[in-house]
Design a protein around this ligand. Structure first.
Ligand code: UDP
Ligand code: MG
Length: 313
């Protein structure tokens, strides 16, 4: 019998967690030949999420939990789940039922067909603001143009993976984790399952617009050095123009003599170059920030308590 671990990152999900368990269990009860274990990761929730997890664990033998010492973010929670997982297959899904458990049987069939990975992708962005979807589209266009990894548009963190894929993901132990890129980077055959976006029924989304923006920038700079090349390119083009302008000005001065006015030209040039330099320093800074974070080599998460037998992964 194949064992399957279901990793569920949870941050302030006290209202929905029992419903999530019931709804998911209803589906799992109809799947023979697999043995499922839930691995709830409490990502430093400020509400009673951990208590709900403990209650579930006392009622059901297939419920395990890990609880962080503080909020480390969803990426850290998913990584922790993967680190502690031992199943032949691993499922990652959200706790808010936006990832329909009813898709699990189909996704398992995909694995039986021989795929290494079966992942869900939103076919529509309904229930999401216009500005947010516009920025999201822009992000996919930019990142797919700039990076070697092809990130599937609308891909969500709802997937089933074989042990081999999980082990490969765990080899990428970077501190600043961008899972969408990491999943694409490790490769393997992925089967995509489109589904209609469902609005969150219980609780609220944990993502702010600013949070998503920072996540997108970090995603691009984690997987691509194209922005650095852009700086080099800008430098080359501006130097070329500057050189031509200097030659032209010299010739003009030699022919017509020095004319004093030129205040506007000077001001424009200074401001323009100032802007470009600030932008370039900013781009360099993004990469230095990555180096800084990785060089510190801090743990990605800290577990405070768990009911797992294995206290260390
Ligand atoms: N989550 C988490 N840590 C965080 C933020 C979110 O573990 O710091 C979990 C959250 O509990 C949920 C999943 O990540 O299970 C997705 O979060 P959310 O529904 O807020 O994001 P969205 O569906 O809007 O992308
Ligand atoms: Mg959600």
């Amino acid at each position: 019998m194949n064992t399957v671990d279901i990793i569920v990152p949870c941050y302030n999900e006290e209202e929905g967690l029992s419903v999530f368990y019931q709804e998911t269990q209803k589906i799992l009860d109809g799947i023979p030949n697999y043995q499922f274990t839930y691995l709830f990761v409490n990502d430093g929730s400020r509400d009673e999420t951990l208590r709900v997890m403990k209650t579930l664990a006392s009622e059901h033998a297939n419920v395990k939990y890990l609880s962080f010492s503080r909020n480390f973010g969803k990426e850290a929670a998913m990584y922790a789940g993967l680190t502690y997982s031992v199943g032949d297959l691993v499922i990652i899904m959200d706790a808010d039922l936006q990832h329909p458990p009813a898709m699990i049987p189909d996704m398992l069939k995909g694995i039986e067909e021989g795929y290494d990975c079966c992942a869900a992708r939103r076919s529509s962005r309904e229930g999401e603001g216009k500005i947010r979807s516009a920025f999201s589209n822009l992000f996919y266009k930019l990142s797919n143009r700039m990076t070697d990894v092809r990130m599937a548009q609308g891909a969500v963190d709802f997937r089933i993976m074989t042990r081999q894929v999980v082990d490969s993901i765990l080899k990428l132990s970077e501190v600043e984790r961008f899972s969408k890129g990491i999943f694409a980077w490790v490769g393997f055959n992925t089967k995509w399952y489109p589904y209609e976006n469902i609005e969150r029924a219980i609780g609220t989304t944990k993502w702010s617009f600013w949070g998503l923006f920072k996540y997108a920038i970090s995603g691009i700079t984690s997987f691509s050095i194209a922005p650095l090349r852009l700086v080099t390119g800008m430098g080359c083009i501006i130097s070329l123009f500057a050189f031509l302008y200097i030659v032209a000005t010299l010739i003009k001065t030699m022919i017509t003599g020095i004319d004093v006015p030129g205040y506007v030209t000077l001001l424009c040039a200074v401001l323009f170059l100032g802007g470009i330099i600030e932008l370039s320093v900013g781009i360099l800074g993004e990469y230095i920030a990555h180096i800084y974070m990785e060089a510190k080599d801090r743990p990605i998460f800290i577990v405070k308590e768990t009911n797992l037998d294995r206290k260390n992964p």
